[in-house]
Design a protein around this ligand. Structure first.
Ligand code: SAH
Ligand code: SF4
Length: 365
């Protein structure tokens, strides 16, 4: 189990004046804190609703909570959301937030408009250790895990961005496809998912949450058994040899072993595993690659999301021509594999998948 990274906001068991950030706590930790302040445990529900349903950022503003509890709570705890250091809006309505974290690190989070709702794309780590050759986040290397409050803070920022603007469409779907590898921050991820599901909180259903992983053995099946979300696997190569060249970190789990593991992944009736396959011109996009992919997935209940590569400065990859992408997709379809070709949004503001860097240097401009 990965250790939760202490942030200046997470200090329940440390002496004051280091304050607990209330959004970093599980419901039970909040209850324990309230009991430790000689208040009845049922007050935790009230405070939880203020945090998650009312977006409260000041303990003093929790008006239906007794004055004595507010005063005691304010001595030991605070509410800190990630700070929006920059906000960029794409021509297609996609919004990218650069979020400053309390220790000076920064991450990005993206809000994507869909036909009848919004989807938020969330980060789980500052940087990433997996080193995929095509990914902007991978170029940064790993800096640290995000805390639950930092991951959830992205949802709060995105939700209140929409509410403050009177936007009629709601934030309905969450995809953990921003910076970082979610399964390498597992303990914090599970706490985050549990908080998202809480009926007195944000109340997201598991069908509305997707975790994307490059394929890490540890915790993959645990996540399936938890039933907390759907899974997407970043495959991007149909053979171990090719995967080793473009996804060196992920390829430490050999492809046959990844597939064997996924064959055990608990699926609900009619549910399928989603595989993401990034199309890189001249690298993994031939008709032979498509046939290889069909063979690889033949024994799984699978569907494939093809994604055209978003060019990233400093990296040598390019998206294939539309004809090549079409030929690849047709080969999969002809073999009966369900396939979609996903169009990226927000490319003009580098908000599309894999273009997220969260550079601290960005904070200055
Ligand atoms: N680490 C996890 C989740 C974050 S990456 C994972 O790899 O699945 C989210 C998705 O963006 C992955 O499928 C990743 O391969 C893809 N991606 C990375 N760089 C990209 C780029 N430049 N263009 C399009 N997709 C990219
Ligand atoms: Fe990490 Fe995912 Fe980027 Fe690979 S694609 S470097 S796993 S964030």
């Amino acid at each position: 189990m990965q250790k939760r990274v202490p942030s200046p906001g997470f200090a329940l068991y440390f002496p004051y004046p280091i304050m607990t950030n209330l959004i970093d706590l599980t419901f039970h930790e909040l209850e324990a804190l309230i009991i430790s302040l000689d208040e009845p445990p049922y007050r935790a529900r009230q405070v939880w609703q203020w945090l998650w349903q009312k977006g409260c950022r000041d303990v003093a503003a929790m008006t239906d909570v007794s004055k004595s509890l507010r005063a005691r709570l304010a001595e030991v705890a605070t509410i800190i959301w990630p700070k929006v250091a920059r906000e960029q809006v794409s021509a297609d309505g996609t919004v990218k937030f650069l979020l400053a974290l309390p220790d000076g690190e920064a991450v990005e989070c993206v809000l994507i408009p869909e036909r009848d709702h919004y989807t938020a794309c969330l980060s789980t780590q500052v940087g990433c250790a997996m080193g995929c050759a095509f990914c902007a986040t991978g170029m940064l290397g790993f800096r640290r895990n995000m805390t639950p409050g930092e991951m959830l803070g992205q949802v709060l920022v995105a939700r209140w961005y929409l509410l403050d603007r009177g936007e009629p469409l709601l934030l309905r779907n969450l995809v953990f496809m921003g910076m970082g590898e979610p399964l390498l921050n597992y303990e914090n991820l599970v706490q985050t998912l549990e908080a998202l599901h809480h009926p007195q909180g944000l109340d997201f259903s598991s069908r509305r949450i997707t975790i994307s992983t490059a394929g890490v053995e540890r915790h993959l099946l645990d996540l399936g058994r938890s039933g907390l979300c759907s899974l997407a696997i970043s495959l991007h190569a149909p053979t171990q040899a090719l995967r080793e060249t473009i996804m060196p970190g992920a390829a430490r789990l050999p492809l046959p072993e990844l597939i064997a593991l996924l064959a055990q992944y608990p699926l609900k009736p009619r549910e399928r595993l989603t595989f993401e396959y990034l199309l890189l011109d001249g690298v993994n996009d031939s008709v032979e690659d498509a046939r290889e992919l069909v063979r690889l997935l033949s024994r799984l209940k699978a569907k494939v999301n093809l994604i055209a590569y978003n060019a990233t400065p400093g990296l040598p990859y390019r998206p294939p021509s539309p004809e090549r992408m079409f030929a690849f997709q047709e080969t999969l379809k002809a073999k009966g594999l369900t396939t979609t070709l996903r169009k990226s949004k927000g490319a003009d503001i580098a908000a599309a998948c894999g273009q997220l860097r969260g550079e601290c240097g960005d904070l200055g401009d």
